[in-house]
Each structure stands twice: as structure tokens, then as C-alpha cells.
Design a protein around this ligand. Structure first.
Ligand code: CP
Length: 300
């Protein structure tokens, strides 16, 4: 059975296969034709933490494939509130649904669920661990503008210590040796050692050189919910992207962000050609259609 738990599971061929599938799904969406390849299948979305994009794009994806969705409106209305373990929740849900999209509060929950589940688990973020399905949509977005096989500089900016999106994306980018990665953050919220590889660079402030030489800047929110209050207060305005700053980027460079943003990108930046974060969020639908088809073995 195929699960999507960690970026470690995927080699270059797997990644390219899923990106290619996402492209086909985008063509289906553009054609406006009704797709029924998942007719009769049920997706359960089980989210312990708030989400707009991951949950709703998974639910949209399943419905666009002709399947249906069951969900708890809020995990506080599920039996988690009464003390049910992730293992028991996964066992029960896998008796109801054909695939489960799970967002959990701690590292390792998705792997624990996968161990006991009778159906595929899609990790929609496990605490400060990983967010591999986000990485597929990030790579899909990048691949629309850049060839991942050619030299490319990706700078990951913001709160990197607990940033599950950058954890998974940096791992997936290791499959493309021509991609150079810069990690840009104050020391206290820098990338953990296990994600830093030989050849990567660390920066502690956002310099003009980084702005001018990056092909992709992947900005992230400083997660108030995961870091100590004094660290949050110290760094909450560490890097703010405004029009003046983004205008220093190359005209064809991309400013990405997994969203939600709070104060890190001015709304005026949205109109600049480098701003790709809403397109990135939209790409969650074809990418998650592809991931559902991949784990369920659906023919496109
Ligand atoms: N990018 C992302 O995971 O967004 P949500 O928290 O809204 O799902």
C-alpha cells in the first residue's frame, strides 16, 4: 500500500511521475470535463490543527475526481477530545474511507497512523515535522517556470526551525543536484542540522545579493504556535517583503509562500510578476488529485 508520509520516500522518478500526473489533472480541470476516476471512493479528512488550503484542496481534489469526502468539522468534535489515540482513530477511519488525509500536532503521527491503517494515509503536516504533499505542489509550481534539472537557486526564508514545508521541500530538492539551497533566518530559528547538507548555505539576514540572485524565494511565516513567545517577539518582523524589496528580485524569479501569510508579505506585492503564492495555493488541487490517484492506483 502506498502512503505519503515523508519526502524521504520519493526519488526523482517518483517525483517526476507525480508532477506529470498533476499536469494531466490540470488538463482535466482546464477541459471542464467531468472526471469520475474516483467514483465510489471516499476520502476522510482528519485535521487536528487549523487549515484552509490543505484540507479544502484535498476535499476539492477528491470531488473533482468524482469521489466523495467525509470529515470532522473540527477535531474537538471527534473522539480525540475524549482521549482516543491516533492509532485507534486511523483504524476506525480506515473502515469508513478509502484514503485518509491527516494533519496532526506532533512529529510522527502520520507514520503511526500509516502503521495501522488499512488504507493510504496522506500526511497533510505533522507538527514541526514534514508536509510532503505541500512540497509536491511547490515543486509543481516551480516546474511550471523552471527546469529542475538546470542550475537553480532556491532561498528559503523565515522561520525554518519548525517549518515543515521547508523541511520536506529541501529534502525533495536533493533529488535535483543542480538546485542550490540557501537557508535565510536568524540563528535561533535557522534550519535544523538534519536538513542542512554539504553545498547548502546559511545566511542570517536577507541581503540584496540573495534577493538579486535567487530564482525562487520561498518565504515562510514565523509560527507563533510552535516557538517560544520571546523568540517570536524577537523575530516576528525579521524579514518583511515589500514592493521595494521584491522589485530587486530578477523579473522572472518567483516569490513563493505556503500561506497563510501574516505580516511577512505586503498585499501590494501581490500585483508584482514575482508573486506566485496564490497560484501556488491553487496548484494544491491538481497536485492533490494526482496524489490521491497515485496512492489509490487510479488510471487517468
Ligand atoms: N500551506 C498550508 O499548509 O496551508 P493550510 O495551513 O491553510 O493548510
Amino acid at each position: 500500500m502506498k502512503h505519503v508520509i515523508s519526502a524521504d520516500q520519493f526519488n526523482k522518478d517518483d517525483i517526476l511521475e507525480i508532477l506529470n500526473l498533476a499536469k494531466k489533472m490540470d488538463e482535466i480541470l482546464a477541459s471542464k470535463k467531468v472526471c469520475k476516476i474516483a467514483e465510489g471512493k471516499i476520502l476522510a479528512t482528519f485535521f487536528y490543527e487549523p487549515s484552509t488550503r490543505t484540507r479544502l484542496s484535498f476535499e476539492t481534489a477528491m470531488q473533482r475526481l468524482g469521489g466523495s469526502v467525509i470529515s470532522t468539522s473540527n477535531v474537538n468534535f471527534s473522539s480525540v477530545k475524549k482521549g482516543e489515540t491516533i492509532e485507534d482513530s486511523a483504524k476506525v477511519l480506515s473502515g469508513y474511507a478509502d484514503v485518509i488525509a491527516l494533519r496532526s500536532p506532533e512529529i510522527g503521527y502520520a507514520a503511526r497512523a500509516a502503521k495501522v491503517s488499512a488504507v493510504p494515509i496522506l500526511n497533510g503536516g505533522d507538527g514541526a515535522g514534514e508536509h510532503p504533499t505541500q512540497s509536491f505542489l511547490d515543486l509543481y509550481t516551480i516546474s511550471k517556470y523552471f527546469d529542475l534539472e538546470k542550475p537553480l537557486t532556491v532561498s528559503m526564508v523565515g522561520e525554518l526551525i519548525c517549518g515543515r514545508t521547508v523541511h520536506s521541500l529541501s529534502k525533495m530538492l536533493r533529488n535535483f543536484p543542480n538546485v542550490k539551497i540557501n537557508f535565510v533566518a536568524p540563528e535561533e530559528i535557522q534550519i535544523p542540522a538534519k536538513y542542512f547538507h554539504e553545498g547548502d548555505k546559511k545566511f542570517y539576514e536577507l541581503t540584496d545579493e540573495i534577493l538579486e540572485t535567487s530564482d525562487v524565494i520561498y518565504d515562510t511565516r514565523i509560527q507563533k504556535e510552535r516557538i517560544a513567545p520571546e523568540v517570536y517577539e524577537k523575530h516576528k518582523n525579521a524579514f518583511h517583503f515589500d514592493v521595494a524589496k521584491v522589485s530587486k528580485m530578477k523579473p522572472n524569479a518567483m516569490l513563493m509562500h505556503p500561506l497563510p501569510r501574516v505580516t511577512e508579505i505586503s498585499p501590494e506585492v501581490d500585483d508584482l510578476p514575482q508573486a506566485r503564492y496564490f497560484e501556488q495555493a491553487r496548484n494544491g488541487v491538481p497536485t492533490r488529485m494526482a496524489l490521491i490517484a497515485y496512492v489509490l492506483g487510479l488510471e487517468v
